[in-house]
Design a binder for this molecule. Sequence first.
Ligand code: NDP
Length: 291
Amino acid sequence: MEKYNRAFIINGKDVAARLRAELKKEVVLLREKYSITPGLAVVLIGENPASKVYVRNKARGCEEVGITSIQHTLPEGASQSELLALIARLNGAKDVHGILVQLPLPKQIDPETVIEAIAPEKDVDGFHPYNMGRLMAGIPVLQPCTPYGVMKLLEAIDFKVDGKDAVIIGRSNIVGKPMAMMLLKKNATVTVCHSKTAYLPDKVRAADIVVAAIGREKFVKGDWIKEGAVVIDVGINRAKDGGLAGDVDFEEASLRAAYITPVPGGVGPMTITMLLANTVQAAKSQLIPLA
Ligand code: NDP
């Protein structure tokens, strides 16, 4: 494992590649044994350039592991009922095992209504209240991809979460909150911080695991990091030099952390990989043996 300053770098690209290779085998097995090819429907509404890039990358990921991806594109001005009608059709389609509606949505469409319209067993983003509730109850089915990917990174370095103090900065439904539930399930003692948290640096200084999901470049300073901590940087920010930067000051933090994820190349590659894993899992759970 490559080292930078004091810290080992957790290479998300490598971990993702290993998981994708395993998924590829599972897909072959599903096809050979049950004549089923996992199918992912990706719905894109409008012309958001970032969303188009994400959708393209998701399609590429599907192709790599043998999942059939079908893209449905609706115009920027599409109505909520048009989108709901499409989702209803996809919910009933036998060859579609996963449905993903790319966020953000145009303002005439309510994201909560749309998320709740997706059949929970096809909700490969893990955002449906059913899947969120299962996660909260400690009996997860389909889990949100980014925090799920973070758990796989911790597994990859064989880090024992049990009994550790974890601090998560950020409480969004897609990262911070589900992250807290996943770490709690693995017996960490979890503190979830946000913009109103008092004495944030002190809280981070007590953490064995720090997960930063804020959306502000170099927000987490090196002297906030406890010696020997694991630092997971979820943030993706456009840096002043035009490149990508995380939420953690990587240079400084790597002087104290035992493990750290880079940006890019850390959590990022895991998110799409876990979407692929969820799609395969969804296909398996919808499987009706032929004989
Ligand atoms: P949100 O904007 O939904 O949430 C940001 C969180 O950060 C909020 O809970 C907010 O607190 C908190 N926050 C903001 N300012 C501060 C502050 N000064 N001190 C402490 N907490 C603060 O973002 P997301 O969760 O969607 O994403 C977070 C980052 O992760 C972004 O950079 C995003 O691009 C990236 N991301 C990366 C992914 C990947 O695949 N690598 C996937 C998803 C996201 P409050 O709730 O009080 O407002």
